[in-house]
Design a protein around this ligand. Sequence first.
Ligand SMILES: C[S@@+](CC[C@H](N)C(=O)[O-])C[C@H]1O[C@@H](n2cnc3c(N)ncnc32)[C@H](O)[C@@H]1O
Length: 468
Amino acid sequence: MDSWLRQSGAVGLNSLELADFPLTGRGVKTLKPFKDGETILTIPSSILWTVEHAHADPLLGPALRAAQPPLSVEDTLAIYLLFVRARESGYEGLRSHVAALPESYSSSIYFEEDELEVCAGTSLYTITKQLEQSIEEDHRALVVRLLALNPDLFPLDKFTLEDYKWALCTVWSRAMDFVLPGGKSIRLLAPFADMLNHSPDVKPCHVYDPSSGNLSVLAGKDYEAGDQVSIYYGSIPNSRLLRLYGFVLPDNPNDSYDLVLSTHPSAPLFKQKQKLWTSAGLDSTTTIPLTLTDPLPRNVLRYLRIQRLDESNLNTITPQRSGATNQKISKSNEIEILQFLAESFSYLLDSFGTQLEKLKQQLTEGVYPPGGNAWAAAHVSLGEQRVLRLARKRAEELLSAVESGSDNDVAGSLSQCANCGTAPAQLMLCGRCKSVAYCGRTCQVAHFKEHKGICRVAASKSGSGGTK
Ligand SMILES: C[S@@+](CC[C@H](N)C(=O)[O-])C[C@H]1O[C@@H](n2cnc3c(N)ncnc32)[C@H](O)[C@@H]1O
């Protein structure tokens, strides 16, 4: 691979070499110091694995382009990898890259049943089960619409379900995504740059140049000779890390729980409520990530306030006034949704296969061999349970505040910007009613029309209002 990369115009290889690191496995070592921001490596456009290159390939391209319905980006890259891997001649450069790829992966789709059971109750458990099924279905569909139609290109013994799973895991764990000017996106695999491991301690530092089509890696921090060079894969929770990349970060600050909120179309007043959800930027089925920093996001409350509207208060909230759902609609509505949330979080927490305290104890006692699949699954479960417990605590706090009437700060109206919903460290209160907060002047001005009615009432209640 090295000579192919050099001949193709890759820049920076003299300063880098592959090496094994105790915690992350194989990665890239620098042979010289780099300052934060310096370019370390450039991989030229011509040798990147992209959909465009797959489609331009004289052998593979016509078959891919003829596939109906068109293949997804993920499937196109997976088939491209398997196609090159199956060739006995030609494609020497790309084949040398394939030869350097791992032969097996540790994504949760490869877990034994007892290993996956350790994270029963998590979103990872559910998604992994669904994936196992959908990958089989997708593979069957690929055989019918592409592989069996072109047996010379795709010998079926090299495109088995196991081969397809390997190719998908290669794409999930090594592809890079970029948004291009104009909003389109590109997904690519960059030989050698795909040997870089993730570190939460570096800045995002891999860049795609749309004009040249080259991929470059910059130093995400200062490096000494001998250091491992890393890139930042993103702010990813353990459930996603384990599914896509096959590893977890203990005490991951990005851990989250995906809360799915859904209302059946046969529910009373569904059509009117759907209009309200839409105008609030939500949907009748909405997935909202609960995070360690924001365990009960404003949108969860907004969704439920709308869901629990009855006929009498539904008429007071029109789509034009959907901003009103940022705050409590009525005491009874608020109590109902907060009780529902606290109970639902308890129910979700009870449905975890192993409870948080027991998991912690098992991890301390070394019940799960560190670094193994069950150990990783335990960390996913810990992370999701931590988030859900915070969410339940927040719902209970809000509930008791509403019940006792001390809910000036209901639903975080003073801890989040009333206009954009962000929660920066510093917020400014509305100078008149002091019942809402903003991240800045722009949001305050943008929100004025919606807020002015409530402002007058709130200010007069608190005695702080003028007559304006
Ligand atoms: C883009 S590849 C990096 C190169 C890879 N280590 C290799 O030998 O081919 C991504 C994979 O590297 C491993 N990896 C990356 N960052 C890691 C980390 N911080 N801890 C543990 N494993 C990591 C995971 O197996 C992941 O799926």
